[in-house]
Design a protein. Structure first.
Lengths: 483, 483
C-alpha cells in the first residue's frame, strides 16, 4: 500500500523531499532547541508544489509545519507532532517597487536582505528583531515579530499591506494588496499575522517601506539602579519625545555582559565607555533618528530630560562608536548563559506606567527563588525580556524556575500586562495562555482555528494546547546565529 | 404569551427601551439613508444591560444591530432585517492617561471629543474621518475609518491597542490592552476592527495617542488637468516626503464646489484664492506638520517637487487662511448634489502607481455613461472618492449609474485596487465583494462569522450577502451633519 510519503514522491521531484537524518534534525527545532523530528522536510519549488502537499496532508491528516530560518524562540517552528515540515527558506524573490514605496517578497527573504534592498532606493523596512540577519519575513510575519524600534516605528504588522498564500484546506487566497488602505470585509490579513503558521501558509507578502532616516544619534546613560533608569525613561516620555530606540538594561544584565567580555575578549573591554563599566549601572541606550536637524533636536531633548540624574553619560561621536555600543548590547542574550546553562526567555509587555511595580516584582522573585533574572528591553514600548536562568541538571533549580516563571506571568497579568509582546506563544508560552485569556476568549480562538483548518493539520500543538516546556530537555546544537 | 419585547421589559428599565415612531425611525438609517425600521431601540446603561439583551436576542434569534451616530455611508448601521437596535451613542466615558499616552473610551465618544481631550495633554488622536465631529469611536473602530491623514498617520486600526466588549454569544471578552505590543494568540482585536458590528459588540477601547504636532503648513496647488496634478503628487513621493495631507480634487469636483458656493454664498467667493477659481483647475491641497522646522522643511520640499508645473500656487499665510481652504474642501461632498439628486459614493483605493490609468478609466466611464463622476481623495495613500451622480427619478440614469459603478469596480480590481479603502462594505458595496474576493476567501469569511455568531443575530445582511442598493429608494431626511 502506498504510504503518504510514497504519494508525495508521485507529485514532487526527488530534490524537494528530504528524509535525511541531518535534514530532518535541522528541521526538528528552532531557537527554543526542543527537537521533534519530522518524517520529511519538503522544499517545493512553487505554489503548485505547496498545493499538492496540502492536498495530501489533508487527505492523510498529516501534521504540516511551515518553516523559515527557525529563529523563533518559542518552538513555533518545531514540528511538535512530527509529520512533514514545509521549508520555504529557499523562496527568496524580492522586488522593491520604488514608485509605491513597497516591496513584494517571498517568505524566505530575510529581514536584513529586505532592508538592504530598500536602502538602495533610499527606503527602509523598520521592523528589526534581534534575529534580523537570519529571520525570514515569512516567519516574522507569522509571529508578528517586533524589535528595538517598536515605540517609534511599530512592529511587523504595521508594514504588511498584503499577503498571499494557502488556506489550510488548500485554496490559494489573497488578503489586501499593494494598498495603503483596505476595508473589504473581515481582516483575515491581520488574523494571519501572528497566527504562527496555524491558519495558513504565507507564500508572498507586500510590505510597506518608509523614507530611510538619514541620521542617527546614539547615547548611553548610566544610572545607579533600575528605578533611577526607569524614572529617566518616564521623563523622556513626559517630554513627548519618542526616540527610535530606548533600550533598558538592568544591573544583572550589565554584570553578565561584562563577565562574558572579560572571559572571551578582555582586550576589547578598553573600548567600552566608562558609563558602561563603572559600578555596574543600570543603563539606557538611546537612539534618535530622522533628518539631521530632527535627530539632533530629539537627542538634545532626551539628554535634557534624562541626563540630569545619570551617574554617567556618553554620546557616541561617530557611527563606529555607536556600533561598538550596539555590539555590546547584542551580546546580552548570549551573556545570560554566564548565569546558568538554561534560559526561560520571556518577552512580557507592560503598560508604560507599570514599569516600576514590574521591576519591584522581579526583584522580589529574584530574592524568593534565588535565581538570576537578568532583564532588558524596550522601555519606550514597555516590552521587556526577562530571563530566568538555571542549571537544567539541578532539579531544585528547575522547580524554582518553573515556579518563578508562573509567578512572573501572574504578576504581569495582574499589572494589566501581557505574557508576550513580540515572540508569540509557540509551545513555550502555552501554559500561560489561560492567565492571559479567559475561557470564552480561548474558546472563540479554537473555533477560529476550526473554521480555517477543520483537519487540524497546520502546525498542530501550538498556541492553544498547554505544553510544559520545563519537563522537556533541550538539545545542545549550534545554530547559525550562535556566536 | 410573552413576546421578546415583553421579556426585554423584564430586564431593562423603561427608559432603556424606545419603541417610539421617531426613535425607531432615527435608528432605521445611517448616512446611506436607506431606512429599515427596528422594533425597538435599546439604550442599556451598562454592560449588564448589554448582556441581558444579548441573551434574549440569542434565545429568540432576534437581529441586533449596534449603532453609534449613524454617520456610516454604507448602510453598516442600518438594521437591515429589523429586530432591535443597540444604541451605544450615550456611552461617553473618556479618560486620557497621560503617562501612557493613551485613552480609554466608551463607544459613544466622538472622534473629535477624543482629539480635543488629547490636545489638552499635548497629545493627538490622528484618525480624522470627514465625519469626525459626529462619528463615534465605536463606529469608527467597527468600520476601521480612515481619513485625510492616512498616508502619514495611518487609519483607526493603527491606534487601537485594546478592545473590550461582548461576543455575539454573550460572553464579555478583552483583546489587547493598554499595551504597545501584543502577541498572545489569534489577533481577534484586529479581526473585530472593520468587521462592522457583525462579530462582536465593542463597549470599550484603549487608543494610542501621539505627541501633538505643533505646527501645520498649508498650500494649494492648481494644475491644468488631472494628469498634471497626479504627476505632481508622484513627484512629491519621489522626493520621499509624506505630507500629513495630500488631497486631490478633480476639475468636476472643483466646478461643482464653485457652483454650490455661487448659489448659497456668492459673497464668500471673494475669499477663495485665485488658485481655486481660475480656469476650473485640478487641485492639490497639501499640509505638512510636526515641529515648525520640520513642517517648514517638508513644505519647501513639496513646493519644490510639485510647484514647478502648477498653474497657480497659494501658501496659506495664517491658520485662518488655511481654515478657509479646508472649509471649501469640506463642502465638496455636499457640492456633489449640484450634479444630481442621488449619489453612489465609492471610496476605492489604488496602488500608488496606478492613479494615472485609474483616472483614464474614470474619464472613459464618464464619457460612456454621460453621468458626472466628480472624484476627489487622498493622493498620498491612493484612496479616492468617486461619486456617480444621477437623478433617481430617471430610470435611464439609474441604469447607467448601476452599470457605471459595476464597471468602475471592475476597473479598480483590474488595476490591483480595492473596492473600499475606508468606508467599508455595509450594504452598499456587498454586490462587489465577489469582484474583490474569490470564492474561497468569501467562504472562509462566512465560516469566521459562524464561529463567532452561530445564531446569526449581530447586524445580519451585511458584508457577505449581496444587496442591490440601486433598487431601493433612499429616504429624504435631514441628518445632524447635513449643512
Amino acid at each position: 500500500m502506498e504510504t503518504p510519503l510514497d504519494r508525495l514522491r508521485d507529485v514532487l521531484p526527488p530534490e524537494a523531499i528530504d528524509t535525511s537524518a541531518e535534514g530532518t534534525f535541522r528541521a526538528s527545532l528552532d531557537n527554543l532547541r526542543l527537537s521533534r523530528c519530522p518524517e520529511a522536510v519538503l522544499r517545493p519549488a512553487d505554489e503548485d508544489g505547496v498545493a499538492a502537499i496540502l492536498a495530501l496532508a489533508n487527505e492523510h491528516r498529516m501534521p504540516l509545519t511551515t518553516r523559515g530560518a527557525g529563529s523563533a524562540t518559542t518552538g513555533a517552528a518545531t514540528p511538535a507532532d512530527g509529520g512533514w515540515v514545509l521549508d520555504l527558506s529557499g523562496w527568496k524573490q524580492l522586488a522593491v517597487r520604488e514608485a509605491t514605496m513597497s516591496a513584494f517578497v517571498q517568505p524566505g527573504v530575510t529581514v536584513k536582505a529586505l532592508d538592504n534592498a530598500a536602502a538602495e532606493a533610499g527606503l527602509a523596512y523598520p521592523p528589526d528583531p534581534g534575529s534580523a540577519t537570519h529571520a525570514t519575513l515569512g516567519g516574522t510575519i507569522a509571529c508578528n515579530a517586533g524589535g528595538l524600534r517598536g515605540a517609534k516605528y511599530g512592529v511587523t504588522r504595521d508594514y504588511v499591506m498584503g499577503l498571499e498564500g494557502f488556506l489550510p484546506t488548500g485554496e490559494f487566497v489573497r488578503w489586501g494588496g499593494n494598498l495603503r488602505k483596505f476595508a473589504c470585509g473581515y481582516n483575515i490579513r491581520d488574523l494571519w499575522i501572528g497566527s504562527e503558521g496555524t491558519l495558513g501558509i504565507i507564500t508572498g507578502a507586500v510590505l510597506r517601506l518608509i523614507p530611510r532616516p538619514v541620521a542617527r544619534r546614539t547615547a548611553l546613560l548610566a544610572y545607579s539602579d533600575e528605578p533611577a533608569a526607569l524614572a529617566a525613561a518616564a521623563a523622556i516620555r513626559k517630554r513627548r519625545v519618542i526616540p527610535s530606540i530606548l533600550e533598558f538594561l538592568d544591573r544583572e544584565t550589565v554584570a553578565a555582559t561584562l563577565r562574558l567580555w572579560h572571559r572571551v575578549a578582555p582586550d576589547k573591554l578598553t573600548a567600552f565607555p566608562r558609563a558602561w563599566t563603572a559600578d555596574t549601572p543600570a543603563l539606557l541606550l538611546v537612539e534618535t533618528d530622522g533628518e539631521p536637524v530632527q535627530a539632533d533636536a530629539e537627542m538634545a531633548a532626551v539628554l535634557e530630560a534624562a541626563g540630569t540624574h545619570a551617574a554617567h553619560r556618553h554620546t557616541a561621536a561617530s557611527a563606529e562608536e555607536a556600533e561598538t555600543l550596539w555590539t555590546v548590547r547584542r551580546s546580552c542574550s548570549q551573556a545570560m548563559f554566564e548565569l546558568g546553562d538554561t534560559k526561560l526567555n520571556e518577552d512580557v509587555v507592560l503598560p508604560l506606567d507599570a514599569q516600576e511595580p514590574f521591576f519591584q516584582a522581579i526583584e522580589r522573585l529574584r530574592r524568593e527563588t534565588g535565581l538570576p533574572m537578568p532583564t532588558f528591553g524596550h522601555a519606550a514600548d514597555g516590552n521587556f525580556h526577562v530571563h530566568i536562568m538555571y542549571d537544567a541538571g539541578n532539579p531544585a533549580h528547575r522547580d524554582k524556575a518553573r515556579d518563578g516563571i508562573r509567578r512572573l506571568m501572574e504578576q504581569v497579568v495582574a499589572l494589566d500586562g501581557a505574557i508576550s509582546g513580540e515572540h508569540g506563544i509557540g509551545l513555550a508560552k502555552t501554559p500561560f495562555m489561560a492567565l492571559q485569556h479567559g475561557a470564552a476568549e480561548l474558546a472563540v480562538m479554537r473555533r477560529v482555528k476550526e473554521a480555517f483548518d477543520p483537519n487540524k493539520i497546520l502546525n498542530p500543538g501550538k498556541l492553544l494546547e498547554p505544553f510544559e516546556i520545563w519537563n522537556h530537555p533541550r538539545t545542545k546544537v549550534r545554530l547559525p546565529w550562535d556566536h
